[in-house]
Design a protein around this ligand. Structure first.
Ligand code: B12
Ligand code: SF4
Length: 426
């Protein structure tokens, strides 16, 4: 998918500055192309690769700026590999940084705040032309979340704030994305929680209805307890709504500070209401909490199949740096490696902490088995019959997820073939 951060950074770049965008997931980076500055986005899973790329540019004496959620969560670590670090949003920092670069006075840290000003929610998507991305348009309706789930990198990075984008801007982008050649394109609202301000969301959905688009997004469980909201979600063209149910066990919900999932009849009532309304649900679950036992995995998969979820995820808990979870596990001496994301031995699906009742490897295997069970042929058949979803879309997304399961499993972080030392910034 198109990385929206790059379009946001490009839109904030002053006129007269020439930009080239290279996506490391799709193409080789032309390290020798002349450049005055290189900007890299860093997530925890991509930090190793980001530092490798920065090292290549350091060999060529090109200054590197890093931003993104990992840079916001771990500015100290990121600063070791970058001449400059932007924490928070690019919108509040990038123009100043470019000005400083022009004067030869680049600072080590810039803080761009938790949200753009109303006029600054802009994206220059022209940098993506000629690259082969999925036909999905990523659009923001807001940023952040006010809830306080212990494991969540987003509430940590945004300090539990939420900022809504002026809705008319999002509507304009939806209109542009669903007209002309891109008609019928799927819209992905990338907000972590679309329902932070339910009344604002309802009005937005009402405005979407006549536009006849297809959209996917993520929201808190509170949407399920509001019949009007459910009706608007369906009528506005929702094709998949991701909801973090996290765990069927009340003790786990308490441990992770997610009481909202227990309110008003809890998850059971919510999924019944979602199903009755016809919302295609992507239910996500996390395992590895202190109350998790081996038979909870199968029970959760059975629950997801029985309720006819369109999709589901069964992830293990990940201690992302900076989060309250990371601090708690560190204090309890349960982290297997304090900087697992930089460990050359760490790969996708490895568990980075010691669970209470399971071994790290059991947790990994049970999660993988749950995914395999949910995307087994019998489960896919059963769910396809149980749901009123568009059958073609149903099979495409389920088969894609089934294939991706094995592709991702054990995938290393960083580029394994790059075996030089990481070069720290001066
Ligand atoms: C959309 C999305 C995806 C999409 C990817 C879309 C794409 N383009 O490829 C999909 C669904 C595929 C996905 C997958 C995954 N994701 Co994701 N995803 C998101 C989500 C919801 C929105 C990102 C977004 O577009 N935001 C809008 C843009 C404009 O904001 P932004 O990226 O933060 O950029 C701003 C600033 O950070 C800053 N900035 C960013 N980069 C740079 C660079 C420079 C140079 C500068 C100056 C500034 C800057 O300026 C930008 C504008 O203000 C975020 C949540 C979030 N709020 O970030 C999670 C999130 C990034 N994902 C996350 C995770 C864990 C994953 C997965 C690993 C999940 C999994 N277990 O498989 C995978 C794999 C990701 C990977 N890189 O390997 C975590 C990352 C946590 C962390 N500590 O790194 C997040 C934060 C979700 C969460 N709640 O924890 N994801
Ligand atoms: S509801 Fe989602 S986005 Fe909000 S704090 Fe919890 S996990 Fe994070």
């Amino acid at each position: 998918m198109q990385p929206l951060w790059a379009a946001a950074v490009a839109a904030q770049t002053p006129p007269g500055v020439e930009i080239r965008f290279h996506d490391d997931r799709l193409e080789s980076i032309p390290f020798d192309e002349p450049a005055d500055l290189v900007g890299i986005s860093v997530e925890t899973y991509t930090a190793r690769r980001a530092y490798q790329i920065a090292s290549e540019y350091r060999l060529r004496r090109v200054p590197v700026v890093m931003g993104g959620i990992h840079a916001s969560l771990c500015p100290g670590e990121t600063a070791r590999y970058a001449e400059s670090v932007v924490t928070g949003c690019a919108e509040g920092a990038w123009p100043e940084l470019i000005g400083d670069l022009g004067r030869g006075a680049l600072k080590k840290f810039y803080h761009g705040g938790h949200a753009p000003t109303d006029a600054a929610w802009r994206y220059d998507r022209s940098i993506f032309s000629a690259k082969r991305y999925l036909p999905v348009q990523l659009i923001e309706f807001g940023r952040g979340c006010r809830l306080s789930c212990e494991f969540c990198a987003v509430q940590t990075a945004f300090h539990r704030t939420y900022s809504g984008r002026p809705a008319e801007q999002a509507i304009k982008e939806v209109a542009a994305a669903s007209s002309g050649a891109s008609r019928n394109q799927l819209i992905f609202f990338v907000d972590d929680n679309l329902a932070c301000e339910p009344d604002r969301l309802k009005q937005f959905l009402r405005d979407l209805i006549p536009m006849r688009v297809r959209w996917v997004g993520q929201a808190g469980i509170n949407v399920a307890h509001d019949p009007e909201m459910l009706d608007l979600i369906v009528r506005s063209g929702c094709r998949c709504l991701l909801i973090g149910f996290e765990s069927l066990k009340p003790a786990n919900l308490k441990e992770m500070s997610k009481p909202i999932n227990e309110a008003r009849g809890g998850i059971g009532q919510a999924v019944r209401d979602l199903r009755r309304a016809g919302v295609p649900v992507y239910g996500t679950f996390v395992f590895g909490f202190d109350d998790d036992l081996p038979d909870d995995f199968e029970r959760t998969v059975a629950f997801s199949v029985e309720h006819g979820f369109l999709l589901a995820a069964f992830a293990h808990l990940m201690p992302f740096p900076g989060t309250a979870l990371f601090r708690r596990l560190a204090a309890e001496q349960r982290l297997l490696n304090e900087s697992w994301w930089l460990d050359p031995g760490y790969s996708y699906n490895s568990v980075a902490f010691q669970p209470l009742h399971l071994s790290p490897d059991e947790l990994r295997r049970y999660c993988l088995a749950s995914r395999r069970q949910f995307f087994s042929w019998s489960s896919m058949m059963r769910r396809s019959l149980a749901t009123g979803f568009h059958q073609r879309e149903y099979w495409v997304v389920n088969l894609l997820h089934r294939v991706e399961l094995s592709l991702r499993n054990g995938h290393p972080l960083g580029d394994q073939s790059w075996n030089k030392p990481l070069l720290p910034a001066g």
